[in-house]
Design a protein around this ligand. Sequence first.
Ligand code: CP
Length: 306
Amino acid sequence: MRHLMNPLDFSAEELDRLFETARDIEVNMPKYAHACEGKKLATCFYEPSTRTRLSFEAAMLNLGGNVLGFSDAASSSATKGESVADTIRIISCYADICAMRHPKEGAPMVAASVSGIPVINAGDGGHQHPTQTLTDLMTIRTLKGRLNQLTIGLCGDLKFGRTVHSLINALVRYDDVRFIFISPEELRVPDYITEMLKDKNIPYEEVMQLEEIMPRLDILYMTRVQKERFFNEEDYVRLKDFYILDKAKMNLAPKDMLVLHPLPRVNEISVDVDDDPRAVYFKQAQYGVYVRMALILTLLGITVDS
Ligand code: CP
């Protein structure tokens, strides 16, 4: 039985196969309509979500399966003191696969260690968000045509943004990838990530100004400042609008640069940018359904004949 805790749990070759399946799903959706008949997905979300939970549920419904779960820790027996380990033991009696989001780093890993069914980390604190990474990689691979030879700017809250940490982890496996980290001093990418990049001889720069590096980017990955992970409101208010991507900044970017954002967006991308063909964050959310369908099939060991 396999789980997905970290994007590196899958080899680059396995990810390629997953993306090929996701592409086939996009083009031949009806072929997959009964693939998970009789199977159930449990979504156990101890933290708020729109995209991840609903795209998992849409993915299982598209596959002909069913869904159950909770979207708020307050409506689960966690409020009575039940542990994550006991909860997943119970969920294993009710469902075939589980997607879990939790505010505590490592909680889905604890669940996986005792689970009777595959567990997917749907985001654990400020740590990892592997299915967002699969979505991001599929978006880049599909719309840019490659995952190598890329200069990727990551902008905003690089300290608390788990999608950023997961994406960097996954991208370092591809050739000729270079990172530009754009953040205020307080929200710099954690040292463990820059140490890892140094160890692997992967080029990176850290800058504070977005404008100056726009002309060099293949991909701009915008992120919101993670209000829920700040210890005080004053710091959040001071930093929340540090970067706002607008039309004037987009005019500095190459014509084929792509703007991704895991969403939700707050103020960091002006709505004026939404009509720019380089703004692909809504398309990215759609790819999230295909890639989660492919992931469910892979973890359940289900193949669909062509
Ligand atoms: N991208 C993402 O994780 O969005 P949600 O928090 O809405 O699931």
